[in-house]
Design a binder for this molecule. Structure first.
Ligand SMILES: [Zn+2]
Length: 62
């Protein structure tokens, strides 16, 4: 079942959310367009295998 994870856009600083599949692995990466400025963010998602907790951060390069 997909879960929603928030990330901060590296371009405009606004919060966007993506839907990820927590069963797809403990370390996942996505390229997701910001919902505010529509620029592509490369977002890494970590899933804690014990709690199922998800954390996301993006790699803003430049
Ligand atoms: Zn943005």
């Amino acid at each position: 079942m997909p879960v929603e994870v928030d990330f901060i856009c590296g371009y405009c600083g606004e919060t966007s959310s993506i839907l990820i599949d927590p069963t797809a692995g403990a370390e996942q990466s996505y390229v997701e367009d910001c919902q505010v400025c529509c620029r592509p963010n490369r977002v890494s998602v970590q899933v804690d295998p014990e709690t199922g907790e998800t954390r996301a951060h993006n790699h803003y390069e430049g």
